[in-house]
Ligand binder design. Structure first.
Ligand code: OGA
Ligand code: MN
Length: 281
């Protein structure tokens, strides 16, 4: 067991994120887990380096936070990790003509996971098995900071509004399994959520935006909805509200989908990147 005494939580110099040092996630005692849970609520995103996790270990650590959601269906319509329906593979690797995972090697635009569902996962856990020599960094932004720093005029404008989180496309721009794109955000599949949300565990307010593409603010004309969304998105994803992570194999990043968004840089498609993700209900 990893005693809590060896654990150090080192905040990044950004508005969110902390590095948790001195732990092996396969062997956490309950005090160490409680401290990690607290730090996750405080810092929104946690990084653990030098882990050597099997899929079973990844699932076991993730389960300590709650029940797991099944992975969304991959872009090929398949589930890839035999025996682990809760593991989502993020990878550009093609084996026997078939991608082993989702999101390819292009940019993944700013989003929070699975917000097109009525009850999206509260957290995601992403574990790096293979990483490219450069590119493929993942950035996170704080939706608490996005709300706190939103100009008063915009705050008053968005309070009480609901936004449709589109279910047509994933963050890599691929169409989700079984969906026919309509091109009209008012009629495309998705779920309305309040634009300003109170975090159920911290009580802090944050913006909840999901994805920009095909988003739609309830009750507005398409034009007004787009203009307002563009303005809010520009504020929410400003560089000072973000933290960027350059991956190494063995890194595990745990984030809170209720108060962060993330994006990924493109990388050279001739290089390999393999990540396994779980999502916590
Ligand atoms: C995800 C995701 C980006 C990345 O797993 O939810 O958006 O860096 N991944 O692979
Ligand atoms: Mn994601």
């Amino acid at each position: 067991m990893c005693p809590i005494s060896l654990m150090r939580i080192v905040p990044t110099d950004a508005v969110l994120g902390a590095n948790v040092q001195g732990v092996d996630l396969r062997a956490l005692d309950s005090d160490a887990f409680a401290a990690i849970h607290r730090a996750w609520l405080d810092y929104q995103v946690l990084l653990f380096t030098d882990q050597g996790l099997s899929d079973e270990d990844l699932v076991a650590f993730s389960r300590r936070f709650g029940d797991l959601d099944e992975a969304p269906v991959q872009e090929t319509g398949q589930r890839f990790v035999e025996g682990h329906p809760e593991i989502y593979v993020v990878s550009n690797v093609v084996r026997d003509g078939m991608p082993i995972g989702s999101l390819g090697s292009g940019e993944a635009v700013w989003h929070t996971d699975m917000s097109y569902l009525p009850d999206p996962p509260k957290a995601s856990v992403l574990y790096a098995l293979e990483v490219p020599p450069c590119g493929g960094d993942t950035s996170f932004c704080s939706m608490y900071a996005a709300w706190d720093e939103l100009p008063g005029r915009l705050r008053r404008r968005v309070e009480g509004l609901r936004v449709k989180h589109d279910g047509t496309y994933n963050s890599g721009g691929y169409t989700r399994e079984g969906v026919t794109p309509t091109g009209d955000p008012r009629t495309s599949p998705g779920t309305f959520h309040p634009l300003v949300a109170v975090h159920p565990e911290t009580g802090r307010r944050g913006l909840y935006l999901g994805r920009r593409r095909n988003a739609y603010i309830e009750g507005l004309s398409l034009e007004d909805s787009s203009a307002l969304l563009d303005e809010i998105w520009a504020q929410a994803t400003r560089e000072p509200l973000t933290w960027r992570h350059r991956w190494r194999a063995g890194d595990l990043v745990l984030w809170d989908n209720r108060c962060t968004m993330h994006r990924r840089d493109a990388f050279d498609p001739a290089t390999r990147r393999v990540m396994h993700r779980t999502q916590i209900k």
